[in-house]
Design a protein around this ligand. Sequence first.
Ligand SMILES: Cc1cc2nc3c(=O)[nH]c(=O)nc-3n(C[C@H](O)[C@H](O)[C@H](O)COP(=O)(O)O)c2cc1C
Ligand code: SF4
Length: 401
Amino acid sequence: MDRRDKRMPEKRGHIIFISGIEPNTGLKNALSKSRAEVIAEIRNSGLKGRGGAGFPTGVKWNLAAAADSAKKYVVCNADEGEPGTFKDRVLLSDYTNDLMEGITIAGYAIGAYLGIIYLRGEYRYLKKHIEETIRKRHEEGFLGKDAGGKKGFNFDIEIRMGSGAYVCGEETALIESLEGQRGEPRNRPPFPVNTGYLGCPTIVNNVETLVTAARIMAKGADWFKTFGLDKSTGSKLYSISGDCKRPGVYEFPIGITVLNLLKEVGGEDAKAAAIGGASGRVIPAKDFAKTIAFVDAPTGGSVIVFGKDRDMLDVAENFLEFFVDESCGQCTPCREGNSNLLDAVFKLQDGECSGAYLRTIEGLAETMQLASKCGLGQSSPNAFLSIIENFKHEIFGRMPL
Ligand SMILES: Cc1cc2nc3c(=O)[nH]c(=O)nc-3n(C[C@H](O)[C@H](O)[C@H](O)COP(=O)(O)O)c2cc1C
Ligand code: SF4
């Protein structure tokens, strides 16, 4: 899809998409409880962050709530830069009030006075619509002084624009960017929950995480746990693209198998699927029985389908070109490593890569996973390594004897 394409993808699902919940029920329920009770409900739901890393949301909120500071922040990560991901765009556009609710609930839970939406540069066209929603919520009393009618809870939401750098979706690079610096990841610890935006306790949460938190506060943790698996509860949005008949944004209970997902989208004849976008693993058809969950085949939401005619080395080339461009260059394993992996793909394509060289490059990829400073360099070799591992029959035929 064109990066500036404003048409909304087809959407299908049943928890977030067709919820039948009266607007602001989650916020009203949250404000009728103590902060500790709200955090306990989110913890009890088992909700894990929907931005990719899968960190338990209730634990994150609890750490920020416990931090001692007069100023705390909620940051909504709306940078959505992973290739093949466009589910947050649907929430930002069509579920804007639900997102505001989620941000306000998070603010109440941790004791923040400000929520900041860090909006992907390419989503600038949504800015006016979100600002208008914020303005209306002020009028309705859900934002501002005594927000939602809760005495002493003063909370506002602002939008800040990103500028199109993928690495700025990494939470500490995002905070650097918010502060006006170059968007480069920080060393951790300290973690944002203690030392985040302007040195204050900050939670960074994905758009979908915050919308889901609002749903949980509306319908309860026990309801949420009726969907999904024991250790990966609830439902999840997936952005489905590539060689399938019905691409779009889908919502499924966590734990659906790759095959069942592909059947839903008309991609069951595929030879492979990238579960987790360019930074995830590429799964071959023989492994389509895997479940899409944090414990088996994890994803922040991007599923790219590859049909029978795809050349998997072209796929590796395409993903690695992206990472070479998007590496912030701060650490050597990622800055040099991605270029070396891309060179190896060119050598393989030209039939000039020996077995010994390929083994050296695989070793380099594993070193990048261990030694890179942030998730970009730690995950960028995943697609390359899984393609080499799973599509040997395509690749080895092109190697010199
Ligand atoms: C290179 C890189 C890009 C990322 N981009 C995003 C993004 O666009 N949106 C997002 O929510 N998380 C992104 N993340 C993950 C964030 O660092 C962070 O884990 C997430 O925002 C936490 O929210 P959650 O706990 O609700 O998932 C990215 C991570 C890395 C390493
Ligand atoms: S891993 Fe890559 S993106 Fe992350 S800090 Fe190092 S060079 Fe920058």
